[in-house]
Design a protein around this ligand. Structure first.
Ligand code: PMP
Length: 369
């Protein structure tokens, strides 16, 4: 039975030429971009810096921004949250008591890095001026992984309402799918994951204002982030972005990422999501909770979402179920755990048919208690 993959918000089906480019890197180049002197190392380094430029271009960032590569959104937000806190090491600019605001829609990856390190973290329910006033950092969801809602307008509004704050965007579900114009958005940093838009896993990053990046404490210390290390005394660190990228980068994945940096049209995937929504709404006991962009979230009356996902899995349909790493939001909405189908450009109307048929079979298999 051919799998119908509808968990693209967890990780998108990979773009073949991206995977190919990753594999070609290891077959043909396989050199560490260590500011090396031999040809292949220079080639790797040149290409990595080229991908930084392409990323900046993709989000229409001017040269006041730079790109720091990381493993993905989670690591990027941890880098900022950790890096901003002022320490005796001279890094950081805010204290442990700084006021941090994140939106209630946030994924855990935009909550826990802040909660772990700061005492005053607000999960704002409607981002009114009261919450934003005097905030030191506001870190917001770009596109919700629960509802698919795009918050571009809200982010711009927040930028106007609190010019004093460091403004960040969790663009895990946004970058590579939706056009981002950093000049208009006014964000100081944007975190993203390549695997959410067809690139290999293990590569993502931060697109960040250079002057902010200058002040961040590195998350990791070690190779290639330092210029000089003496036997005694303090090291001299490299310039950004290298200072914030200790250790060997996932260079193959960066080569793969390069192949995904054109905004693909998600129009067909959105059409499929709409079709599926219309069909699901016709089914007895199915409650559609949200349907936007590439995401369709629902529940079936009196059937636990994990049972729904299991029955769908038995039919070869892969969806996500549970708290979707956004437990505060699902509790706030009083929805509890949910089932999420998320579409990509690789899905077909046949997939929608199989999905709808599998959902309609749930009621037959799970009788009322
Ligand atoms: N934020 C959002 C909105 C997400 O959907 C995800 C992935 N589920 C993340 C952050 C974390 O991304 P990653 O696991 O690639 O770090």
């Amino acid at each position: 039975m051919k799998e119908v993959y509808l968990d693209n918000a967890a990780t998108m089906t990979k773009i073949v030429r991206a995977v190919q480019a990753e594999s070609d890197f290891y077959k043909q180049i396989n050199a560490n971009p260590l500011r090396g002197l031999y040809k292949k190392s220079v080639q790797a380094e040149t290409e990595v810096d080229e991908v930084r430029k392409l990323l900046l271009k993709l989000v229409k960032a001017d040269n006041s921004y730079t790109v720091i590569f990381s493993r993905g959104t989670t690591e990027s937000i941890n880098l900022v949250a950790n890096g901003l806190s002022k320490g005796s090491d001279g890094f950081g600019i805010i204290s442990k008591t700084a006021k941090i605001v994140v939106d209630i829609e946030s994924h855990h990856s935009n909550i826990l890095p802040w909660k772990q390190r700061y005492k005053d973290v607000t999960l704002a329910k409607n981002l009114d001026a009261k919450e934003l006033f005097a905030a030191d950092v506001v870190s917001l969801t770009g596109v919700s992984n629960v509802t698919g809602e795009n918050f571009t307008k809200r982010i711009k509004k927040v930028r106007k309402m609190c010019p004093q704050a460091i403004l960040g965007v969790d663009a895990a579900q946004m970058l590579g799918h939706t056009a981002i114009n950093l000049k208009e958005l006014g964000a100081d940093f944007v975190a993203f994951s390549g695997h959410k838009f067809g690139a290999p896993m293990g590569i993502g990053g931060l697109i960040i204002k250079k002057e902010l990046a200058e002040k961040l404490r590195p998350l990791n210390f070690g190779g290639e982030m330092v210029d000089a290390v003496s036997i005694e005394g303090n090291p001299t660190y490299s310039e950004i972005p290298y200072r914030l990228e200790a250790g060997t980068l996932s260079v193959g994945a960066i080569f793969g990422l390069k192949e995904t940096l054109k905004i693909k049209s998600d129009a067909n995937a959105e059409k499929l999501r709409k079709q599926a929504t219309v069909e699901l709404k016709k089914l007895k006991d199915v409650k559609v909770l949200a349907s936007n962009g590439l995401i369709l979230t629902f529940q079936i009356k009196e059937v636990h979402p994990h049972d729904v996902a299991q029955i769908l899995a038995d039919e070869g349909v892969s969806v996500r179920a549970g708290w979707l790493c956004a437990e505060p939001f699902l509790r706030f909405k009083e929805w509890g755990p949910v089932v999420r189908a998320s579409f990509s450009t690789f899905n077909t109307s046949e997939d929608v048919k199989r999905f709808v048929s599998a959902v309609s079979s749930v009621r037959k298999k799970m009788k009322y208690v």
